[in-house]
Design a protein around this ligand. Structure first.
Ligand code: MTE
Ligand code: MO
Length: 359
């Protein structure tokens, strides 16, 4: 379903716009370091970017998982709590969805993202654990459900309410941040000003933007975003679907499709691989559509958010070539060559072919 308007400029050399969502062009990361600047970071809005008065903003915690009733914080009170800065990647569960159709001939509804619905930023804020404890979290709490202050989401005339998705209390207490800065600046409006949730390694929907309330519950919570959306449905999955939590592993070249290269010369190709399953161990690259593979060279001593690599390539004859990159995560899982179909087109993690040319 279509989203709503984005506030920041979306120059065509930096973004591919899909209706009112926008993905980063991979060529726009060619000269960008580890951290994606906010003005190049993808945007995924279910409706539209709201404008929120930071002075009037409150975070309200409530529910059966708290002792002592509802709890409220102003932005000044949140900022007075101990802060932390983390590098974390946010990636839409649908990133790569377009390849189900273009590469596997399996059309699916939803935004036909290529591979640009992902970004890494430095996020500063307060640990959700700190706020939950201040609010009187009880030992019986099981689910924590942040909800956004953007418009209610209406699909086919049915109002599904505010964007919200339960998070198990275990994850909420582990590494989740209530962020008020992105890359050293206040969050931009499109990325959740004044405060968003950042859930490292999980699908993007967990990282609720413009958070206004958090329900803390002693019984499991449900919302459309953990029942009808963000589950894998289809012939390979159980009837009730498989709940999505962590991201999978993907790779991309910092190139636009159909880039032209000079024949008989060396070219240094740059790319990145990333994984929600703990990190990338190794990346192989093929320039012949997957017949032969060679090892890519890491570009950094230590990965932070993603694994950046390079690969030296010399096309010997003019014509069309297919570039592919395939990562192996630290658990030993390689990106597959085809992705099992699911009806919503989530988590396309297969090797994506990039057509280029040499002349
Ligand atoms: N939070 C709210 N309140 N409303 C939204 O539409 N979209 C989610 C998530 N948080 C969304 C939201 C989805 S699907 C993704 S992928 C990420 O935000 C995108 O974050 P970004 O726009 O900052 O890149
Ligand atoms: Mo998303």
């Amino acid at each position: 379903p279509p989203g709503g308007p984005i506030v920041k400029p979306l120059p065509p050399e930096l973004f591919i716009v899909h209706g009112s969502n926008a993905e980063t062009r991979w060529s726009a990361l060619r000269h960008v370091g580890n951290i994606v600047p906010a003005d190049r970071f993808f945007v995924r809005n279910h409706t539209r970017t709201p404008r929120i008065d930071p002075g009037a903003w409150r975070l309200r915690l409530f529910g059966t998982g708290l002792a002592g009733g509802p709890f409220e914080l102003s932005l000044a009170q949140l900022k007075a709590l101990p802060s932390e800065t983390i590098t974390a990647r946010i990636e839409c569960a649908g990133n790569g969805r377009g390849f189900f159709e273009t590469q596997q001939n399996q059309p699916v509804p939803g935004t036909p993202w290529r591979l640009g619905a992902v970004g890494v930023a430095r996020w500063r804020g307060v640990r959700l654990a700190t706020v939950l404890r201040a609010a009187g979290l009880t030992r019986g709490a099981v689910d924590v459900m942040p909800s956004g202050l953007d418009d209610e989401y209406i699909v086919d005339g049915v109002n599904l309410g505010r964007v919200r998705r339960p998070l198990p209390v275990r994850k909420a207490l582990n590494d989740v941040l209530l962020a008020y800065e992105m890359n050293g600046e206040p969050l931009p409006p499109d990325h959740g000003f004044p405060v968003r949730v950042v859930v490292p390694d999980w699908i993007g929907i967990a990282s609720v933007k413009w958070v206004g309330a958090i329900e803390v519950s002693a019984t499991p919570l449900r919302s459309p975003w953990n029942t009808r959306y963000y589950r894998l449905f289809g012939p390979d999955y159980p009837e009730e679907g498989t709940l999505l939590t962590r991201q999978n592993t993907k790779s991309a070249f910092e190139l636009d499709p159909h880039t032209e290269f000079g024949v008989g010369r060396d070219h240094v190709l740059h790319g990145r691989s990333w994984s929600g399953t703990g990190g990338v161990a190794r990346v192989d690259v093929s320039a012949d559509g997957g017949r032969t593979w060679s090892r890519a060279i890491p570009r950094a001593i230590r990965d932070d958010g993603w694994h950046r690599w390079s690969y030296r390539w010399r096309p010997r004859r003019p014509g069309s070539y297919t570039l592919s990159a395939r990562a192996l995560d630290i658990e030993g899982n390689a990106q597959p060559l085809t992705e099992p179909f699911n009806t919503e087109g989530y988590l396309f993690g297969a090797v994506a072919a990039l057509p280029v040319a040499a002349s």
